[in-house]
Design a protein around this ligand. Structure first.
Ligand SMILES: *Cc1c(COP(=O)(O)O)cnc(C)c1O
Length: 436
């Protein structure tokens, strides 16, 4: 099933990697832990395609786990990077590029008046939590089961993504004291939120939430849930943090908050705003952001933060997204793919459902036709992961690269064509749904 004979170079490179790097990977989500077999080593990306170390071509729905919304090697991004690299790769001093990327973010994201650039989503959420605690003088935070906010200690409980894939509810090395102030609630459950605020409201510094969750598979926050969060946090002087590292500039230009018309106090960003280079950001109300050093007292720093190459790629990506009506097309193409996969599943009696928001989505393999809707981690975690593994390899061995876990979202880029989407549906039907 895993067919390594088909990818001898991947096999050799991964064997070498495993002796040098833990598990052979620099991030566990890449390790194929949930589907078995040898990870596919990639060599080159072009538009919607990836090419592996053995010369096989794939239609790519991983898109570097979100960032590559314009596809790989987009000419505008490549050109911006070539220009930037010739004039210096890092100065450790302010640069004009930083102003431009910050300006693009502030213009696009409704609740963000000021923004600080960092190097990853993890740094963004870690810093936003510190800022919320420093600003409120409180310690407790609320996070939701199945939401992933990067790997800062206080957020590494009941986390989704690779933590869910590998069933690590709470990583060794995270002292119990570090997470003692983290309250875990079920996602999409307004009543649990209201009850917790009744009890602890005035001790809670922050609520951090993925407004569209992507790390237990795609699960969209309901209007009632997100509305309750906004209402309760306002009432209790708690900072509401939307973690839009995945959804920002993905589900709409300006993110989920723009799509849903709901404004958090702080927002974390990453992935798309770096155009494939390491960038994160956190921003929000001026009144809160002015507590960050050197204006305020909350410490946060970074040698390479606002890096000239990273900002150049981010600016180029956002300017393409801003100047063209690509989101409407992404929406149509995503609907086409979601419908096609679901029809194929229905036709062949595979219990499945697609959750989708814009161009991020997940095909869930339900344990039975009458399993509950995929609205929280409790439901998502009961999916048929063995069937998912079969599905993954049926597609990968036929030129379609999906994320290697049931608990990840997949994405479309502006480089995906209707013909590629139809080919994907055909591959899935012929090689998996027909014969599963
Ligand atoms: C990917 C992700 C992160 C972590 O970002 P990194 O750049 O991997 O550190 C945080 N939050 C969400 C919602 C994410 O999807």
């Amino acid at each position: 099933m895993t067919n390594t004979s088909y990818r001898p170079n991947s096999k050799i490179l991964m064997e070498q990697a495993e002796s040098l790097i833990p598990g052979g990977v620099n991030s566990p989500a890449r390790a194929f832990g949930a589907v078995g077999g040898t990870p596919i080593v990639m060599l080159r990306g072009e538009g919607a395609y990836l090419f592996d170390a053995d010369g096989n071509r794939y239609i790519d729905y991983v898109l570097s786990w979100g960032p590559m919304i314009l596809g790989h090697s987009h000419p505008a991004v490549v050109e911006a990077l070539q220009k930037a690299v010739r004039i210096g790769t890092s100065f450790g001093a302010p640069t004009q590029n930083e102003n431009r990327l910050a300006e693009l973010v502030v213009e696009a994201v409704p609740s963000v008046e000021m923004v600080r650039l960092v190097n990853s989503g993890t740094e963004a959420t870690m810093s936003a939590i510190r800022l919320a605690r420093g600003y409120t003088g409180r310690n407790r935070i609320i996070k939701f089961a199945g939401n992933y906010h990067g790997h800062a200690d206080s957020l590494l409980v009941a986390a989704g993504s690779a933590a869910a894939t590998f069933s690590v509810p709470n990583s060794p090395g995270v002292p119990p004291g570090t997470v003692a102030d983290t309250l875990i609630l079920p996602y999409n459950n307004p009543q649990a939120v209201a009850e917790t605020f009744d009890r602890f409201g005035d001790e809670i510094a922050a609520v951090i939430v993925e407004p569209v969750a992507g790390n237990m598979g795609c699960v969209v926050g309901s209007p009632d849930f997100l509305g309750t969060l906004r209402r309760e946090t306002e009432k209790h002087g708690t900072v509401l943090i939307f973690d839009e590292v995945m959804s920002g500039f993905r589900v709409a230009y300006g993110g989920a908050q723009r799509r849903f018309g709901i404004a958090p106090d702080l927002t974390t960003l990453g992935k798309v705003i770096g155009g494939g280079l390491p960038v994160g950001a956190y921003g929000g109300k001026r009144e809160i952001m002015r507590h960050v050093l050197p204006v305020g007292k909350v410490f946060q720093a970074g040698t390479l933060s606002g890096n000239p190459l990273a900002t150049a790629a981010g600016i180029a990506t956002l300017e393409v997204l801003q100047n063209t009506n690509l989101y409407a097309k992404l929406e149509q193409k995503s609907q086409r793919l979601a419908d096609g996969l679901l029809n194929a599943a229905n036709k062949h009696n595979v219990p499945a459902v697609v959750n989708r928001c814009g161009s991020m989505m997940t095909l869930f393999f339900k344990s039975s036709q009458d399993a509950p809707a995929m609205m929280d981690w409790d439901a998502a975690s009961k999916c048929d992961t063995a069937l998912f593994a079969k599905y993954f390899w049926s597609l990968a061995n036929n030129g379609v690269y999906m994320p290697c876990s049931q608990f990840e979202a997949f994405f479309l880029s502006t480089a995906h064509t209707d013909a590629m989407i139809d080919e994907t549906i055909e591959v899935a039907e012929q090689n998996f749904f027909c014969v599963h």
